[in-house]
Write a protein of this length. Structure first.
Length: 428
């Protein structure tokens, strides 16, 4: 018991995704500025993974802080049934324009944004009087930790205790690709064949992470593949759900991965960068056609779903301020890919580096190391420890090392990130 308390540093906290018996002690962060996290003890660290992929404009951004503070003085929270408010309306107008999806439904995080998309898709068919059972997702997917989101995600160590409680999902292979991959077209064709077969069964929805599977190992596919999937889904009159919780708001070099791939989904789940990564909020965008399927005199048509903090005004104010910043300087996300590229090229022939891939602000590669590929590969913690000694916070996914820095990251800081990676590679 004593050792448990010592290891968790605080006897009352239960940290996420952490086995306390073996994890290193967490460090106390006292403040953040730009891409830097300031520790109670030790030098500042570059937050090279945007604190679980959320922090978009950097920590402690004055525009974000001012927008949230101003809103807190005006209206911090109000029930969103019977009432509405200006920050929510403005966000709805803006997101409908940039996503091409007219209706916005609020929730609290990425998992709930996905849950809502799945519930909307299933109930839409139900409301049409043609309920459909099958949902199709991709191998390696991660859509969140609530039950519906877990069901559509890859079944693994994390979901194993709940396996019997998760609804069945049909799976399509994910044809990951990387620099110099010569088998990509073959892999894509094989995946599309599986999809074609599955689409012969009446299907409510296909859900995918467009261009980039995050937790599944920063596994990227070509825009051509995403387009081919969307085409088949739409030709089969099946709903397409884009989980852009990670990829939204510039991460893949365009406003949304769907834009970069050139597709228009029926439903889109957003979170993380939505509020610039400052406050927890999720939204599910839906087309007007989908929305109209829930409108009518019969109460059974209603989407009976909601959360206490629906459309929290602080979150909406943060989201509007974040959109202001993105609109003021789209080059910050559009130009990031080029900045990564020059560094990645240096790693191209490193014997420890394989499968280099890049989209927008996200750069990744696989370590050529012993052991089973996956989240528990021991190379990850080693790279993390060495990078931290070089002032950079990384959190590899097993043998997959990646950078996903905030837009505030300077050239010098990016250089430091790659320097820390090279130092870790030298010691492996
Ligand atoms: N979808 C994707 C693509 C994600 O990357 C994540 C989180 N990493 C989620 C959903 C779940 O979001 P949250 O952790 O906010 O529930």
């Amino acid at each position: 018991m004593a050792s448990f308390e010592a290891r968790s540093r605080h006897p009352n906290l239960w940290p996420p995704f952490t086995q306390l018996a073996t994890a290193a002690l967490p460090q106390r962060i006292v403040s953040g500025k730009g891409s830097l996290l300031y520790r109670e003890h030790g030098e500042p660290l570059i937050d090279a993974i945007s604190s679980w992929w959320v922090t978009l404009h950097g920590h402690g951004h004055p525009v974000m802080a001012a927008a949230i503070a101003e809103q807190a003085h005006r209206l911090e929270q109000v029930i969103f049934a019977d009432f509405t408010h200006e920050p929510a309306e403005r966000l709805g107008e803006r997101l409908s324009v940039i996503t091409g999806l007219e209706r916005l439904f609020f929730s609290d995080n990425g998992s709930t944004a996905v849950e809502v998309a799945l519930k909307i898709a299933c109930q839409w068919w139900h409301n049409q009087g043609q309920p459909r059972q099958q949902i199709i997702a991709f191998d390696g997917a991660y859509h969140g930790d609530t039950f519906g989101a877990m069901a559509v995600g890859e079944r693994n160590l994390f979901s194993e205790p709940f396996e019997q409680k998760l609804f069945p999902v049909a799976r399509v292979p994910w044809p990951s690709t990387w620099w110099g991959d010569e088998a990509v077209v073959e892999k894509e064709d094989a995946a599309l064949q599986v999809l074609d077969q599955l689409l012969e069964t009446p299907t409510a929805a296909v859900i995918l992470e467009p261009l980039l599977q995050g937790a599944g190992g920063m596994a990227m596919v070509r825009p051509e593949f995403v387009r081919a999937v969307a085409q088949r889904v739409q030709d089969s009159n099946v709903l397409l759900i884009a989980d852009e919780v990670l990829t939204g708001f510039g991460r893949t070099g365009d406003w949304f991965a769907c834009h970069r791939a050139g597709i228009q989904p029926d439903l889109m789940a957003l979170s993380k960068g939505l509020t610039g990564g400052c406050l927890p909020m999720g939204v599910t965008m839906a087309s007007e056609r989908i929305f109209q399927g829930f409108v009518g005199q019969d109460p059974a048509l209603t989407l009976w779903h909601g959360h206490s903090f629906t459309a929290n005004p602080l979150g909406c104010a943060a989201a509007n301020a974040s959109l202001d910043l993105l609109e003021a300087n789209p080059e910050a996300f559009r130009g990031f890919e080029q900045r990564h590229k020059q560094h990645l090229q240096r790693l191209l022939n490193h014997p420890r580096v394989g499968r280099i891939r890049l989209t927008g602000t996200v750069a990744a590669f696989d370590l050529n190391v012993e052991g089973t590929a996956g989240y528990l590969n021991p190379a990850g913690p080693t790279v993390k420890r060495i990078a931290m000694e070089h002032g950079v916070f990384l959190r590899p996914l097993g043998q997959v090392v990646y950078l996903l820095p905030p837009l505030s990251t300077s050239d010098q800081q990016l250089e430091q990130c790659y320097g820390a990676i090279e130092a870790a590679l030298a010691k492996l």
